[in-house]
Design a protein around this ligand. Structure first.
Ligand SMILES: [Zn+2]
Length: 302
């Protein structure tokens, strides 16, 4: 069993049933031991004091509230401590960094590499929730401004009553293999030599296995069979859930089809082992990405 994917593993009790307990919530908001993590659009406020590297800065709620112009969202309980997420995207960076000891704004992607599994999971959780609040201030039904409810896990429209739940965008990402070779592609915007597993958004009215087969067909012209789920990964850019699969080659000639990929092709096990070792022309995604985990998993099976 491989280790968990980056951006998962927040060690919190999410206390979902407590989100509608307004009295309990008011007590947590008034509790001087409650703490808040602060998120900008692409970073988290961190404190870099320990030997283990930066950790999310957890500050008292009055200080956090002063730098946020939206209501906080309850992330959960860490032991007995209630943890909230605050949107600090409109705060000046110089006022943010006054809140923490040896402060640093750590980018979301960097958080996955420099923080512990649990802290990376906490960052993905809070960042995705704050991204959603920031982008969904109006009702999708009637256009009226919405209000945060249920401890920040719902937005409700006061005009028409519609409830709006936090948005997640499912993305399938798949490593297609054929014996000793695997199918990878590259976008024109990527650095030279960089290749990754094929991926795409799941469409309405589509099962995950269908999305895998369609995306591979559209991006490469290849047909697949035996689609198998492997693992998943929260991806807070801004709200994706990456769903990782492997699939077997079942036919077709490889050629870029839909214009999304500049190049797509088969790579041998030897070429990919070289890439992992930093040899040769091919560059694989960083280890924090589920694409890399799919490639590593396939190489380990061989
Ligand atoms: Zn409405």
């Amino acid at each position: 069993m491989l280790r968990p994917n980056a951006f998962s593993g927040a060690e919190l009790d999410r206390v979902g049933a407590r989100r509608i307990d307004e009295r309990w919530l008011a007590e947590r908001l008034a509790d001087p031991t409650s703490r808040g993590a602060l998120f900008t659009e692409d970073a988290v406020l961190a404190t870099d004091t320990g030997p283990g590297g930066p950790r999310p800065a957890l500050v008292g709620l009055p200080l956090a509230s002063a730098l946020s112009d939206d209501e906080p969202a309850l992330l959960g309980l860490s032991g007995d401590t209630a943890l909230f997420a605050f949107d600090a995207s409109r705060a000046a960076p110089e006022s943010l960094v006054q809140l923490a000891d040896r402060p640093r704004l750590v980018g979301l992607r960097e958080a996955a590499t420099v923080m512990s599994q649990a802290d990376g999971g906490l960052v993905a959780y809070g960042a995705t929730l704050m991204n959603w609040h920031r982008r969904h201030r109006h009702c999708a039904v009637c256009g009226a401004p919405t209000r945060s409810a249920e401890a920040g896990h719902l937005r409700r429209c006061p005009a028409c009553g519609a409830p709006h739940h936090p948005r997640l965008d499912p993305v399938v990402i798949m490593l297609v293999s054929d014996g000793d070779r695997a199918l990878l592609g590259r976008k024109a915007s990527w650095p030279a030599g960089r290749f990754s597993a094929l991926a795409g958004f799941v469409e309405p009215g589509e099962a995950l296995e269908e999305a895998v087969a369609r995306e591979v067909r559209e991006e490469s012209g290849v047909e697949v069979s035996h689609v198998r789920y492997r693992s998943s990964q929260p991806w807070p850019f801004p709200s994706s859930l990456m769903l990782g699969f492997t699939a077997d080659y079942a036919g077709g000639e490889v050629a870029p089809r839909d214009g999304e990929l500049q190049e797509v092709g088969w790579f041998s096990r030897a070429e990919l082992l070289d890439a992992v070792a930093g040899r040769g022309e091919i560059r694989l995604p960083e280890p924090v990405a589920i694409a890399r985990r799919l490639v590593d998993g396939w190489l380990e099976q061989g």
